[in-house]
Design a protein around this ligand. Structure first.
Ligand SMILES: [Zn+2]
Length: 291
């Protein structure tokens, strides 16, 4: 009796152990499968997000990608304030002498600055990005290149003697994009260099110090209507004022405050427009109304 009882206990314990190890084994076998599903899922999502981002640089700032016009952002939504990351820059030329600054000049607006370069000098992309325009304007820029960058800027390189990139080509900061020249409306070889944000010209001297061959600071904060803009309030339309409803597609890493900052609206407005709260968790791919 005593023996039997002990035996039963032993069997019971043994079966418990084996059941336990069996169920643990199940869990152990299951875990990697779960993990695998998860990693495949996030990989696919990551790929999709990446594909969308590489469609054009600064995808969520610019409404489109087009090779038609050098400047055509009349109806674009300009955030009230936007910080442009200047790290990862490369000086477009090793030359240091400014021959004509940004600003009004002979009753026309000079939307860039001129740096003395010689015919054949190497001209480089200022940041990573994608070439949008490679064209010749006989009476204007001459042979020129426009690049849209990941940091939200577009740069223009004018009066080149040779263009060495193609439209829609991806470039890295420092890649050679052309050679210095004297084409177009130009007297004497020089590089006409423009930095624009959503089409609005910013004085390149606020970003780049050519004599010192360096950036002025790690970042530049663009403020709508405050800085050296040709157009003041004229050619762009503030969020919502045009009656156009703007949307934002949530990217991985986006937060309500990031989106609100980028779109130039308050977090409260963003929440109200989308009937969400500050605690709502955003999902990549989710569409938010921004005006
Ligand atoms: Zn110029």
């Amino acid at each position: 009796m005593k023996f039997n009882c002990i035996k039963t206990i032993v069997v019971a314990v043994a079966s418990m152990i084996s059941l336990n190890s069996f169920s643990q084994d199940l869990v152990a076998r299951q875990a990697p499968i779960d993990k695998k599903f998860k990693s495949v899922d996030s990989l696919a999502l990551h790929k999709q997000i990446k594909a969308e981002q590489t469609e054009w640089p600064a995808f969520d700032l610019y409404p489109n990608w087009s090779n038609v016009n050098a400047h055509n952002y009349a109806t674009v939504t300009v955030p009230e304030s936007y910080t442009i990351d200047l790290r990862g820059f490369c000086m477009p030329t090793a030359q240091t002498r400014i021959t004509s600054p940004f600003g009004p000049r002979r009753r026309r607006m000079h939307n860039g600055l001129d740096v003395k370069v010689y015919v054949g000098d190497t001209i480089r992309s200022a940041f990573d990005g994608k070439v949008r325009i490679v064209r010749t304007e006989r009476r204007g820029y001459g042979q020129y290149v426009v690049i849209r960058h990941d940091n939200g800027l577009e740069t223009v390189y004018g009066h080149l003697s040779k263009q060495l990139v193609k439209e829609n080509q991806q470039v890295r900061a420092g890649d050679v994009i052309g050679l210095g020249g004297n084409t177009g409306r130009s007297t004497g070889s020089h590089l006409h260099f423009e930095t624009r944000f959503l089409g609005i010209p910013i004085d390149p001297a606020l970003l780049f110090n050519f004599p010192k061959q360096d950036i002025v600071a790690d970042a530049y904060t663009f403020k709508r209507g405050e800085i050296n803009t040709k157009t003041a309030a004229g050619t762009y339309i503030a969020v919502g004022k045009d009656g156009v409803i703007r949307y934002h597609k949530v990217k991985s890493g986006d937060t309500l405050s990031k989106i609100a900052n980028r779109r130039g609206i308050s977090i409260d407005t963003l929440c109200r427009l989308n009937r969400i709260t500050r605690k709502t968790i955003l999902r990549p791919g989710q569409i938010l109304r921004c005006s």
